[in-house]
Write a protein that binds this ligand. Sequence first.
Ligand code: FES
Length: 108
Amino acid sequence: MLVKFNLIDREKNKISIEVEEGITIREAIMEKLKPGNFGLCEGNNICATCHVYVDEKDFNRLKPIEDDEKETMETNDIDQKEFSRLSCQIELKQELEDITVTMEIPRR
Ligand code: FES
């Protein structure tokens, strides 16, 4: 089964990405865009470089955030906001069809 989500990339382009259900948003972004300095710990919930902002309207459709994800965001240098999540911790399922996430633009 395919799942589609929308991504606002670092250049602020909105892209629709369709992938096989069950992979994470981080994996989908890596596969389609291969961005630099992104997802560096390979999805192990350590680096927070896979940080995204989930659209407010979609945020409650995600599984609640786990303590270790929260801790990873708090202990890394990211611009965390109210609807921040780590994309390696979001598995794409049918129930998340059409969600929108925005990549953080890394600071220099
Ligand atoms: S890829 Fe490192 S925390 Fe998600």
